[in-house]
Design a protein around this ligand. Structure first.
Ligand code: RNT
Ligand code: ZN
Length: 423
């Protein structure tokens, strides 16, 4: 839908349309195109990466959530209810990114090696109702078998085999979601494995990981149902000196094995940015996955906001028309503010960043760059920052029946009083 289908086109949008037309940007087209890019909302923002396998379980794997804002989802029904409110406040159709520990077993203890599509049937039904695609992740943390910080690269074969089985089971669940929902699930493998202090042998654990991944990925699955991804990391809490699944390791693995590579915005040196890695990886890989996150001084997984790096990520996707090759997932967890608001703020920031990128006269900017006219390039980049993008955002939200401004927060506040306060 474009604003032209609407009877009342707000005056602010009319003016913005003219301003953008003058620099060669068709805002109606932007509004149409923006709706075609789904963002995968990570379920784990809703309950501090707890999951429903074990209510007393502790978060492991060197990731940490701070804050104790009241009202977190205690079961899958509550999480789905919270997600419904988040989706309602987002313009466009988006996806859900589920971790294996969000299974529903009806109270029965099911080992991670034994998880099956049946344990996710209520998620499938709900996703069908909501008409959203689902992505999936094996959960190789918060478990006694990951207690010493090693999983797929563990020196003990029985521990390795346990996690290999869990990852194999997870791929099947991803494929099941893909088949049922008619859109492939991206099943992303992230493991915490690494050393707190300087290891003597960095090679053997990496060779074990390589072999374990080969076993996990041995069975070919129709890419129409499931796409595999591997996520690298520079360091974690407890793996400061060496992470087995490093950038070079997984990038090479992804290349050799034709799987997706996952770039998490918090998983590099603080001055290193993933926006610069999108074009490099896509020069060799067909598709990649992003975990859009915001590190503050370290991999702190703060709620994503509309800053320079988020905008740069979006510009890379939009300018190169990579939206079919880059799967955009979010990965942050903040328990110090309303958790639903965190989803809404982060996802709306991502959508706004994509919109701002689309509102640029990319061809013209490329042309001046090619001519070596870097003066005009910089001048244009700065001028664009004050263009009336807010009016286009307003029109986009109106097309999707979603509040454009801070009014969305009233809905979250009402829900907080009516639902969250009673948990
Ligand atoms: C951890 C990774 C990983 C997790 C989620 C829960 O550093 O970023 O993606 O955040 O899988
Ligand atoms: Zn991540």
């Amino acid at each position: 839908m474009t604003p032209s289908n609407k009877d009342n086109i707000p005056a602010a949008y009319e003016l913005a349309r003219e301003r953008y037309a003058a620099i060669g940007v068709d805002t109606d087209k932007v509004i149409e195109k923006l709706a075609t890019i789904p963002i995968s909302l990570h379920c784990w923002q809703g309950d501090d990466v707890g999951g429903f396998e074990n209510p007393d379980g502790e978060l492991g794997g060197g990731i940490a959530v701070t804050g104790n804002y009241p009202g977190k989802a205690r079961n899958a029904d509550e999480l789905r209810q919270d997600l419904e409110l988040a989706y309602k406040l987002l313009p466009g159709k988006h996806r859900l990114n589920l971790h294996a520990i969000y299974l529903e077993t009806g109270g029965k203890k099911v080992e991670r090696t034994d998880i099956e599509p049946a344990h996710f049937s209520r998620w499938v039904d709900w996703a069908k109702e909501q008409k959203i695609g689902v992505d999936f992740n094996p959960s190789c943390f918060s478990h006694p078998m990951a207690g010493d910080g090693f999983t797929l690269s563990h020196p003990d074969k029985s521990v390795r085999d346990f996690w290999i089985q869990h990852c194999i089971a997870s791929r099947k669940i991803g494929a099941h979601f893909g088949q049922e929902l008619g859109t492939p699930a991206v099943t992303n493998i992230w493991i915490p494995d690494g050393f707190k202090d300087v290891p003597v042998d960095r090679y053997t654990p990496r060779m074990r990981l390589k072999k374990a991944l080969d076993e996990v990925l041995a069975e070919k699955i129709d890419p129409a149902h499931n796409l595999d991804a591997v996520e690298s990391k520079l360091f974690g809490i407890g793996s400061e000196a060496c992470v087995i699944g490093s950038h070079e390791f997984y990038l090479a693995y992804a290349l050799e094995n034709k799987v997706l590579y996952c770039l998490d915005a918090g998983h590099f040196h603080p001055t290193e940015v993933i926006s610069d890695k999108i074009s490099s990886t896509l020069a060799f890989l067909d598709e990649i996955l992003l975990h859009v996150s915001r590190g503050v001084r370290w991999d702190s997984d703060h709620v994503v906001t509309l800053g320079d790096e988020l905008r740069a990520i979006a510009e890379e996707i939009v300018r190169n028309d990579f939206s079919n090759r880059v799967h955009v997932g979010l990965d942050f967890f903040d328990a110090s503010i309303n958790r639903i608001a965190a989803w809404v703020i982060g996802t709306r920031a991502m959508i706004k960043a994509l919109m701002l990128a689309m509102l640029q006269p990319a061809d013209k900017m490329r042309a001046v760059e090619l001519e070596g006219d870097y003066t005009t390039r910089l001048a244009l980049q700065e001028e664009l920052k004050m263009m009336p993008a807010d009016a286009v955002w307003g029109a986009y939200c109106a097309c999707h029946g979603v509040p454009a401004g801070i009014e969305w927060l009233n809905e979250v506040r009402d829900y907080e009083k009516a639902v969250l306060a009673k948990r």
